[in-house]
Structure formats: structure tokens, C-alpha cells
Design a protein around this ligand. Structure first.
Ligand SMILES: *Cc1c(COP(=O)(O)O)cnc(C)c1O
Length: 363
């Protein structure tokens, strides 16, 4: 068969291990999954109500325009409806961007380590991938600017960055955007935006007026707790949106997902609660790290990357056998670390307790 050469060496995405899989493998009754940055508090009750009361026909295709959700998000962000593109998760927006702007002969610039889907999709499209190492967990924006040339098509910026949780401050981002050539698309992936608590975090939606080569990605999978419904979106200048839109599948977001997302958006009280609880959870982990003398990256997301001073796989395996699924740093570009999703207070205590046992054994 005439496979694209680029895909021959690709491996499928390796998700964190599933709860059922781990239960079976280790004969455990209770499993706490802190591996994929899902919301430990689930989603808004209002979103659940929508799902419970959904009575329309499942035989009908969804609204390809996501009209109700589009209206809700545009009001929430204070932008026009034609500034938005919806996707089957923001993962799909990444794919649409790659399909539209990446091909053999152009290059694309990103940090490393960062969210793996930028590179994955760029490789599929046959574009040259230019990875600029993080500097102390943060994007090296000067290094990224230096990597841009006349063949650069897309620059990916992840803030807060997965897996380090570090962010880009307002002034640094604006300074960067001013220097990126106008014909280069800057993708600002803000999957963890609602968890951010830094005062100098930029209002990227406001920046869209000034920078017409910017697209901001957000999702209902993280703080909104709707990962299984697969809804994410991009916000950008309407010209940019109308260019990307034809590369999107016509019925890419499903009916219940659209309704649940709109209902979830209306319940900002729940979001504020999750934001606060996450901040407290982060503090639990910081205290633990300081107690144990472990290095970690202060995080603006709902996860923390901790250097456990041995192979991340080893800590991962130990915790899994005790019923806690975390993410080993080995697969994330930080071989001696683990990335832990912030859970509810008891879950945090539980994983911290087991991690303490693990560390004491290594002493
Ligand atoms: C989780 C995540 C996404 C993908 O989210 P979906 O909307 O569920 O596809 C995108 N970017 C980053 C950085 C993420 O961590």
C-alpha cells in the first residue's frame, strides 16, 4: 500500500492505564486515577441534569454549527460567534490546524517537552518539527523566535504547559507575539486556563483583536469535567476561523456534548469551587515536596510534576500497585519525575502517604 512515509514510524497515543485494567491486574477494589488531569469533582450538576433529561432522537445528526453552545461561549468570552470553531475535544482543533497549515516543505516550532499532539499531527502532515527545549520547565520564547524562519507555518505555545504546569506571563507573551511574523500562526493552548491563579497571566482573548495570527484553544475536558463528551474550541479572528472551518468534519461535536458543555459553562460557581480546591490540593503537594526535599515545578494547572530522584517508572509502578494511577515522567520527557493530577483532598493525602512509603524504602 502507498502509506504516507511520515506515518510508518508513528505509534498510537499511550493513554494512562484504565481503572478496570489496573483493578484486574493487581486485584484491587479501589482505584484512584490521577493520571490524565481529569476533574476529581466530576462536572456541574446542571450538566448532569441536561443529560438526564435529554429526550430527542439519537438517530438525528448533531447541529454541525453547535449553535446553542456557540452562542453561550461567545457571550461568556465577549467575542463574536464567528470567532469560534468547535472540535471533538481541542485535540481535534489541533488536528484541523495541522491539516490546514502543515505539509512537506514547511516547519513548525514548539517547546519540548510539551503536549505531544502538536508534534504527532505535524509528523503525520510531513512538516519539519523544530523542538525548542524548555528552560527550567518554561517555554524558551527567545529560542522559539530564533527557530522561526521563512518556512515556518505554525508555532505551538502551551500555557500552562503540560507536563510542567509553568506558564507565560502577560508581558513576555505580548513581547513574543509582537516578534512572530504575521504569516505564522501562533496556537496558544490553554487547556488549563480556568485553573490559573497567577496575577500576571495574560487575557489572551483580548489579545485576539491585536494579533490576527493568534488562536486560543480551550476545552471542556479539564476543569469542566466533561472529557468523555469531547468538546473543545478555538477562538481567533473570523478570517482565520473561516479558513480552518472547511477542514473540520461536519458533525464533529455530538449533541449531548454540546448541550452539556453549554450547561456546564453556565455554572461558574462550580468552576470557582474546583479552582479553589485545586489550589488547596497543589499546596498539599508542595508541602509534601518541601518536607521530603523533592524538586517540583510550581503549577498553574491541575497537576504537578515532581522529581522523585529515581526512575519515574519505578514510583509509578509502586503507586499503581497501591491503587493510585499517576503518570510516569519517563514517557513525558522527565525520566526521574512523575506527574500527578490534583485530586480531592483525601485522594491527595492517599497518594502522598504511599509516595512517602516509597521514598522511605529508597532511603
Ligand atoms: C488535555 C489537553 C488537551 C486536549 O483536551 P481535549 O479537549 O480533551 O482534546 C489539549 N491540550 C493540552 C495541553 C491538554 O493537556
Amino acid at each position: 500500500m502507498k502509506w504516507k512515509e511520515a506515518i510508518l514510524n508513528l505509534k498510537p497515543y499511550q493513554p494512562g492505564r484504565s481503572i478496570d485494567e489496573v483493578k484486574r491486574a493487581y486485584g484491587l477494589k479501589e482505584i484512584t486515577k490521577l493520571a490524565s488531569n481529569e476533574n476529581p469533582f466530576g462536572c456541574s450538576e446542571q450538566a448532569k441534569e441536561v443529560m438526564k433529561n435529554y429526550e430527542s432522537s439519537l438517530a438525528l445528526y448533531p447541529d454541525g454549527n453547535a449553535t446553542v453552545l456557540r452562542s453561550a461561549v461567545s457571550k461568556h468570552l465577549g467575542i463574536q460567534e464567528n470567532n469560534l470553531i468547535f472540535g471533538n475535544g481541542s485535540d481535534e482543533i489541533i488536528q484541523v490546524i495541522a491539516r490546514s497549515l502543515l505539509y512537506p516543505g514547511v516547519n513548525t516550532v514548539m517547546a519540548s517537552p510539551t503536549f505531544p499532539q502538536y508534534k504527532h499531527n505535524a509528523v503525520i502532515e510531513g512538516a519539519e518539527v523544530r523542538e525548542v527545549p524548555l528552560a527550567d520547565g518554561e517555554h524558551d520564547l527567545d529560542g522559539m523566535l530564533a527557530a522561526i524562519d521563512e518556512n515556518t507555518s505554525v508555532v505551538w505555545v502551551c500555557s500552562p504547559n503540560n507536563p510542567t504546569g509553568r506558564y507565560i506571563a502577560r508581558d513576555a507573551l505580548v513581547d513574543f507575539l509582537r516578534q512572530v511574523p504575521q504569516q505564522v500562526l501562533v496556537v496558544m493552548d490553554e487547556a488549563y486556563f480556568e485553573y490559573v491563579h497567577a496575577d500576571d497571566y495574560p487575557d489572551t482573548i483580548k489579545l485576539l483583536e491585536q494579533f490576527q495570527n493568534l488562536i486560543v484553544l480551550r476545552t471542556f475536558s479539564k476543569i469542566y469535567g466533561l472529557a468523555s463528551y469531547r468538546v473543545g474550541y478555538g477562538a481567533a479572528h473570523s478570517d482565520l476561523i473561516s479558513r480552518l472551518d472547511p477542514a473540520r468534519e461536519p458533525f464533529n461535536t455530538n449533541t449531548i456534548g454540546q448541550l452539556a458543555a453549554a450547561a456546564a459553562l453556565a455554572d461558574q460557581e462550580f468552576i470557582a469551587y474546583c479552582h479553589e480546591m485545586n489550589k488547596k490540593g497543589l499546596a498539599q503537594f508542595y508541602d509534601f515536596c518541601e518536607r521530603e526535599g523533592l524538586k517540583f515545578y510550581p503549577s498553574q494547572g491541575n497537576f504537578v510534576l515532581i522529581d522523585v530522584k529515581c526512575q519515574g517508572d519505578e514510583a509509578f509502578q509502586f503507586l499503581m500497585e497501591k491503587g493510585f494511577i499517576v503518570r510516569s515522567g519517563n514517557a513525558l520527557g522527565f525520566p526521574t519525575s512523575i506527574r500527578i493530577t490534583i485530586g480531592c483532598p483525601e485522594q491527595n493525602l492517599g497518594v502522598i502517604e504511599q509516595l512517602t512509603v516509597f521514598l522511605n524504602r529508597k532511603k
